[in-house]
Ligand binder design. Structure first.
Ligand code: GLU
Length: 443
């Protein structure tokens, strides 16, 4: 089984989504089940409703799961495992108070040596502390594992002291719960962010101590850097999946982009379904990758181009296929649904004829042409049926020529002085002329 294990403690980050996509793909490729495990062990950090939000995001991206569990439901199982480890003498009660450990940490700091828990401290404070924690005994041997992206990794015994697996309130620690659950659900392979590399030896040690000898495969994904080359933080809006969706990036384009980051793909534009055929986690580059929104925009535009007029109209919340057709024309210059929406809004909003367009004012010409176009619209003669005849008639009646005609015409029809070819656009505007012909101040 493969799993994706989000914590319901914040918005979904693109790094999380990337891990979810890769785990999903590998599950499909190996014909294994895909489990979603909501890691809600840190009760104080859980945010109400985040679990549902994450699930609906996964759904939207087509990352459908076979099983869903909440880690906290397994707390009784985790406690049984901890008891078992105590019985087998692989774990022990530790009565150290927080103050005592703080003091020891301070001493290590002053001596400039790394702080390591010393097993001999376990019962020093037995009489003062009625609520001991349970610690797993550290390892005498190095812990090694192979990472499909980072290669062979080894952690020396002194890097793994006896760490807490069950807190004083009986709640399992993150690493313990995670390691137990990966065992319980027979997880085969784990893709996750590289911030978890240092957790992996601890989790392997838990499983070894529980006599679990299945070798789980790992792939730790390099971090994603922001445009400035620093680690992308929650403050970078583009790191939030919700933000990208709000901007009008399509789920299929985001998936395409996240799969191609730090990866050589056989084609540039593809679907999740296509990637199932060739995706190989071993090909993901080791080095951190920069989030390139320009590239995502390009990919998004390519995916938008694949949609037909009806599909785009629906994404723009319109049942009108004409809107979809106009949107497709605007794909020449717009890359997201929001950008398209803005362009279409401009067509149907009162035009600002007083503004300067590329440093020039066309106010007088716009006024003149506006009157002509309104009259033509009201007369509703055949010349409106085609751009050529419409344009010729308008030119003749307004007595405007060249730039002084075309710029105002474009401004009055689209709200901009440059852009999509009017010849292609006009057929879709033709039946909306009354609505389109409005100017600011005269609404
Ligand atoms: N809950 C962890 C996270 O969101 C998942 C770690 C894992 O996949 O093991 O980063």
């Amino acid at each position: 089984m493969l799993r994706f294990a989000p914590s319901p403690t914040g918005d979904m980050h693109i790094g999380n989504l990337r891990a979810a996509i890769f785990n999903y793909i590998i599950a499909k490729q190996k014909d294994k089940k895909f489990l979603i495990r909501i890691e809600d062990t840190d009760l104080s950090r859980n945010i109400e409703g985040k679990d549902k939000e994450i699930l609906s995001t996964l759904n939207l991206f087509g990352l459908l799961w076979d099983e869903l569990i909440y880690q906290s439901h397994n707390f009784p199982k985790h406690r049984n495992f901890a008891d078992y480890l105590i019985k087998k003498n692989k774990a022990f009660y530790c009565y150290c108070t927080k103050e005592f450990l703080e003091r020891k940490k301070q001493e290590a700091l002053e001596l400039k040596i790394p702080f390591r828990y010393d097993n001999s401290w376990a019962e020093i404070q037995k009489s003062q502390n009625p609520n001991p924690v349970i610690r797993l005994k550290g390892s005498d041997e190095p812990i090694c594992f192979n990472d499909s992206i980072k290669g062979d990794l080894e952690f020396a015994p002194n890097e793994l002291d006896s760490f807490v697996i069950l807190r004083e309130d009986g709640i399992p620690t993150y690493n313990f719960a995670c390691a137990c659950d990966d065992m319980i659900y027979n997880i085969d392979f784990i893709v996750r962010g590289e911030d978890h590399v240092s957790n992996t030896p601890k989790q392997i040690l838990v499983q070894k101590s529980l006599d679990y000898d299945k070798e789980i495969g790992y792939a730790h994904l390099p971090i994603i850097l922001g445009e400035t080359g620093k680690k992308m933080s929650k403050r970078d809006s583009a790191s939030s999946v919700n933000w990208l969706l709000e901007q009008g990036f399509l789920p299929q384009a985001i998936i395409n982009y996240l799969i191609s980051m730090g990866n050589k793909t056989p084609v540039e534009i593809f679907s999740l379904e296509d990637a199932l055929k060739w995706f190989d986690i071993n090909h993901i580059a080791k080095s951190p990758v920069k989030f390139d929104i320009k590239r995502l925009r390009y990919i998004n535009r390519e995916h938008l181009k694949k949609l037909d007029e009806n599909q785009i109209a629906l994404l723009l919340n319109s049942k009108d296929i004409t809107i979809g057709a106009i949107a497709k024309l605007y794909l020449e210059e717009a890359s997201t649904l929001n950008e398209i929406r803005k362009k279409i809004d401009m067509i149907f909003s009162p035009k600002n004829i007083m503004a300067e367009y590329e440093g020039e004012s066309f106010e007088g010409e716009c006024k003149k042409l506006f009157k002509v176009l309104c009259a033509m619209e009201a007369e509703n003669t055949e010349c409106l049926n085609q751009y050529e005849t419409f344009k010729n008639e308008a030119m003749q009646r307004s007595d405007l020529k060249g730039k002084k005609f075309f710029k105002p015409l474009r401004i009055l029809l689209s709200g901009e002085s440059h852009g999509v070819d009017l010849n292609s656009l006009y057929p879709y505007l033709r039946f909306y002329l009354k609505k389109i012909l409005q100017i600011k101040g005269e609404e």
